[in-house]
Design a protein around this ligand. Structure first.
Ligand SMILES: Cc1ncc(COP(=O)(O)O)c(C=O)c1O
Length: 368
């Protein structure tokens, strides 16, 4: 036997919580991972079929560059930033942290927000500082800046999610400018920006070389299963992000699919409009159910405080699953404790199923 005491897993890993992906339950409508049930443009399927014959080979540098150029052109970058592909924006969060965080350096982020900033920072041995939003999940820029002032010397990266997952709100452009003004690298994760009417931070790249914007094909483009996203940053940062990326980490099918997806503006617009319409409708209906407090959202999900319904989160989750719907639940998010849940916006029939299940549970029909 190999002597076990000679094996040392790093403390940083032993002490951290990994990301738990939701378990797949059969015959359940999945409203737990902010996916887009409409899926990608039909052009994507054609491109994929056409590319199957090339599966034996690695994606080429030219294929990466062609897609990066197509994205830059679509965004109208005009030389104000470079595009770097990643295997999902998850990989780009990891790469950005690898670029700036040495063990012991601090990363400043927001509580609650997307948990992968903390996961990757922990893996890197970074120290996580969190600004906690107000009780109603408002981002108070002055409170955030005081924290920034207090720990300025130690902070090597700021990670912000805009719109924020899971709360759904956005940080205003003038507040982002104040944060960028400190000159510390700022990662702005715009995974859900297509669902918001707020401005992207991309236009700020011309003024701030410390800005890194992340985007994904997993949400509005409906390509979560293929794993592709991109960063937009200065040439200097982009070149270094490519250095830390594994060779060929973005697979060939993902590159071809993304290339086809960005050419179909009509599909994107139709899907995004349908989701926004349903989101606003669902928000209105949730607001009318006594005991629920939904928070306004600019993304493809809504966060709800359901504490007053009187269930613990796991019980609530399984009552919904029994009725055919899966949502994400928490017992604590930022300052709030109780039963908090986030529901992704599905097709109208999915949202109806969810609402009926919820009303059944709220009205006491929870024994079945
Ligand atoms: C805010 C945010 N950023 C990044 C990601 C990761 O997305 P991707 O599928 O591009 O890795 C998610 C996924 O849910 C997310 O919510």
């Amino acid at each position: 036997m190999f002597p076990l005491e000679n094996i040392r897993i790093r403390k940083a890993i032993l002490n951290m919580h990994g990301y738990e992906t939701p378990r797949e339950s059969k015959s359940v409508v999945k409203l737990d991972a902010n996916e887009n049930p409409y899926g990608p443009s039909p052009r994507v399927y054609e491109a994929l079929i056409h590319s199957l014959k090339d599966l034996w080979r690695y994606p080429s540098r030219e294929e990466y560059e062609k897609l990066e150029e197509s994205i830059a052109c679509k965004l109208g970058l005009d030389g104000d930033g470079c595009v770097v592909l990643g295997s999902g924006s998850d990989e780009l969060i990891d790469l950005t942290i690898k670029l700036f965080i040495d063990p012991g350096n601090a990363i400043l982020t927001v509580n609650p927000s997307f948990s992968m900033y903390k996961v990757y920072a922990s893996i890197a041995g970074g120290h996580i500082l969190e600004y906690t939003m107000t009780e109603d999940y408002v981002f108070d820029v002055e409170a955030f800046l005081s924290m920034l002032d207090m720990f300025r010397e130690r902070i090597r990266l700021i990670a912000l999610c805009n719109p924020n997952n899971p709360t759904g709100g956005c940080i205003e452009e003038k507040d982002i400018a104040k944060i960028l003004g400190y000159g510390i690298p700022v990662l702005i994760d715009e995974a859900y920006i297509e669902f918001s009417r707020d401005k992207t931070a991309i236009s700020m790249l011309k003024d701030y070389e410390n800005l890194i914007v992340l985007r994904t094909f997993s949400k509005a483009y409906g390509l979560a299963g293929l794993r592709i996203g991109y960063a937009i940053a200065s040439r200097w940062i982009s070149d270094n992000l490519r250095k830390v990326r594994s060779p060929y980490s973005v697979n060939l099918l993902a590159v071809k699919a993304a290339e086809a997806a960005i050419q179909d503006d009509d599909h994107l617009r139709r899907v995004v409009e349908a989701i926004i319409l349903e989101r606003d409708k669902l928000f209105g209906r949730l607001s009318n159910i006594s005991g629920l407090k939904p928070f306004p959202s600019k993304a493809n999900f809504i966060l709800v405080d359901g504490t007053k319904l009187g269930f613990n989160p796991e019980e609530f989750k399984s009552l919904l699953i029994q009725r055919g719907v899966s949502v994400r639940v928490w017992s604590k998010l930022g300052m709030r404790k109780g039963c908090l849940f986030r529901v992704s916006i599905g097709r109208p029939s999915d949202n109806d199923l969810f609402l009926n299940a919820l009303m059944d549970i709220a009205s006491g029909g929870w024994g079945s």
